[in-house]
Design a protein around this ligand. Structure first.
Ligand SMILES: Cc1cc2nc3c(=O)[nH]c(=O)nc-3n(C[C@H](O)[C@H](O)[C@H](O)COP(=O)(O)OP(=O)(O)OC[C@H]3O[C@@H](n4cnc5c(N)ncnc54)[C@H](O)[C@@H]3O)c2cc1C
Length: 383
């Protein structure tokens, strides 16, 4: 069978390695970090992400580890409901509830599905040759070049593989917002909910084991840093409705992560070149407003694995098929995510905020559910 080299051991890269391994490929994942892992934050996995994990044989384990969502809905900062989600109806529509999960847990599950030794840490890829499949990487002992029949560029937002293969493409741009995230211990049940204020959004995602993931995002100039990020989050969200202040009180200052949000404003003309396929943020870094970045990476991985099931002999057709299946959908989701951010978190004008509230309250619940389900309703290709 063929030899696949995956550049980047994030959620997308590991998922691609698992998918290819399940289709008989020998896989090596080159990860630049010295220790494999993920940031201390959560993810809400919707039907599409869960179905992708089912196709990787990991759906049941993720459901057991995470927590099935009790959807609450959308509120304003005083706590008034703008739109409520009927969880049972959403489940009937999509066939499953969303699941809140710690990113580190998902990463660990993906790692366990790989053969021993497949993940190589402390290996920073510097160059990839799309025609030969040669991958040059730097590690503690020097520089090594290895060759794959297939190379997967899963090296994230600032992808070196993307820059090497599409050197004229502009780098990712700042999306206009910065976000804080943390995971806290919170033994009582909470619904999954999002709250909008002018130019700001706070989200709550309960996970398994009595933990809750929260995030807060605001429109702001790039590069901002506060001496105490938790105090900054309190300054911006501490007067919002409960349980937001209580969650912030339960948060350890060291647990708070802050990231400026970037996305690929100019979509790639192709996700493949020669023997190389891009996936995840390397292919379509998007804003997090629809909570779809990692889930699109999981979809990419499953589709790439299925497309390459015929082995290296059929690679050009397989990669062409991967590109045709993934590029339109993931780029559409990226555009929708940007729009969702403009209508949601980034809206500041008081008149527009009031008009949005009225529109949301007048939207029939079924139409709101259909809008929510739109991008989550995806099914993996038959292998
Ligand atoms: C604030 C925020 C909230 C988000 N919320 C959600 C959400 O709720 N749901 C959701 O689905 N998505 C969410 N996302 C998006 C999600 O985090 C990303 O889309 C997802 O992690 C992308 O996975 P990836 O594997 O493609 O890239 P990454 O996770 O960035 O992984 C890339 C890996 O490649 C490695 N690497 C980089 N360069 C090299 C190199 N040269 N050589 C070797 N290794 C290299 C990196 O160390 C890293 O491990 C959020 C993002 C942000 C910023």
């Amino acid at each position: 069978m063929g030899e696949a080299i995956v550049v980047g051991g994030g959620i997308g890269g590991l998922a691609a390695a698992v998918a290819l391994h399940r289709h008989g490929w020998r896989v090596t994942v080159l990860e630049r970090a010295a220790v494999a892992g993920e940031v201390g934050a959560g993810l809400s996995l919707m039907a599409n992400g869960l179905r992708a994990l089912d196709a990787l044989g990991l759906g049941a384990a993720v459901r057991a580890r995470g927590r099935a969502d009790t959807p609450g809905g959308l509120r304003d900062r005083t706590g008034r409901w703008l739109s409520r989600v009927d969880g049972d109806q959403l489940e009937r529509m999509l066939g499953t509830r969303a699941v809140g999960v710690h990113r580190a847990d998902l990463h660990a599950l993906l790692r366990t599905a790989l053969p021993a030794g497949a993940l190589v840490t402390g290996a920073r890829v510097g160059d990839v040759d799309p025609s030969t499949g040669e991958v040059r990487h730097h590690h503690a002992a020097g520089v090594t070049t290895i060759r794959g029949d297939l190379v997967v560029g899963a090296d994230g937002l600032r992808s070196a593989v993307r820059a090497r293969l599409w050197p004229d493409l502009p780098p990712p741009v700042y999306a206009g917002s910065t976000a804080w995230r943390a995971v806290v211990t919170w033994p009582e049940p909470l619904p999954t909910e999002v709250t909008w204020g002018p130019g700001a959004e706070f989200g709550i995602v309960p996970m398994g084991d009595g933990r809750v993931y929260w995030y807060g995002a605001v429109t702001a100039p790039p590069g901002g840093q506060a001496p105490d990020e938790l105090a900054e989050v309190r300054r911006r969200f501490g007067s919002w409705h409960e349980p937001i202040p209580a969650l912030l009180d339960a948060t350890a200052p060291a647990a708070v992560l802050r990231h400026d949000l970037h996305h690929l404003a100019e979509p790639l003309p192709s996700y493949v070149r020669g023997r190389v396929a891009l996936l995840g943020d390397a292919a379509h870094a998007m804003t997090p407003n629809l909570g779809q970045g990692a889930q699109q990476a999981l979809e990419d991985a499953v589709v790439l694995g299925a497309a390459c099931a015929g082995g290296p002999g059929r690679l050009p057709d397989a990669l062409d098929s991967y590109d045709r299946q993934r590029r339109p959908r993931s780029q559409e989701v990226a555009r929708a995510s940007l729009r969702a951010g403009r209508f949601g978190q980034q809206l500041r004008n008081p008149l527009a905020v009031a008009a949005r509230a009225m529109l949301l309250r007048l939207t029939p619940p079924r139409a709101a559910l259909r809008a929510m389900a739109r991008y989550a309703d995806w099914t993996p290709p038959a292998s």
